[in-house]
Design a protein around this ligand. Sequence first.
Ligand SMILES: C[S@@+](CC[C@H](N)C(=O)[O-])C[C@H]1O[C@@H](n2cnc3c(N)ncnc32)[C@H](O)[C@@H]1O
Length: 271
Amino acid sequence: MAIYGNGRIANELHHLFANKKPEQVTIYDLLEFDQMHYDGIAALDVAVEKCQIKEHQHIVDIGSGYGGPSRYLAWKYNVNVTAIELQEEHSNQANELTKYVQLGSKVRHLNADISALDTREYNEKFHVAISLLVFLHIPNRDQLLKNVSSILKLSIGKLFIEDWYCKYSFLPEEVKCLSEKMLCPYLPTKDEYIEQLISAGFGDIEFIDMTESWTTICSKRSEDFYLNREIEIQKHGQSVYEDLLSFYQGVDKLFKNGHLGGARIVATKLR
Ligand SMILES: C[S@@+](CC[C@H](N)C(=O)[O-])C[C@H]1O[C@@H](n2cnc3c(N)ncnc32)[C@H](O)[C@@H]1O
């Protein structure tokens, strides 16, 4: 997944270690760059409230990226997190970051594809699954939701998703941008999304439209990244900077066009 695998974390750590020793690194230092979804830790606090997450529960973070959400939940809410990440490089970097802040006993990093996971080891293990901006990369929703469902506790297991969906029909150039640039080959409509969750055994579904707020966030992210270009180029180099800028501008345009939707979805595993 080239859009995420561009050495960003190594550059951020290099920048951080210019001013700090590794043993001085705090969770706040990492929060500056380790969240890849919108609205950072505010979104995680919402997940905790919506899913009624409690101390010592077992949480699975699906598509955990650099591990930022997993670490924050473990640190702030004292839960145990299994962080499943497809890309080996990300998973290893996430593990390294977790060790810097001494959260290794609370956050376990697992390099795996959620759709191909041997779920027997995790059968009904988790109280809550969170997945932030990941499902948009996974077109086979049947297999995905089957696996997610099987690792959640029956009747009480909660699923918290942040994802894109198809709000209005996409233009041909948007379909191309989504599949080629965003690695997003398929997006369901709201009705299709809910139908897929019900078919997979989920109920009590709350579908919260986040489009307006995420349009604003993505517009600001793109503008800020451009305004801070000198610092960002110094940190990442010209080529990575341009890749990131192009990605941020692409997302900004998709939201502004009005066809792409953003959603926060909460559901319970009922069967
Ligand atoms: C936008 S990033 C979000 C990362 C993290 N959830 C966060 O909010 O910081 C999407 C992540 O999902 C991962 N991913 C995509 N498909 C996956 C799959 N089938 N199984 C596990 N992880 C996956 C990608 O490698 C990437 O790290």
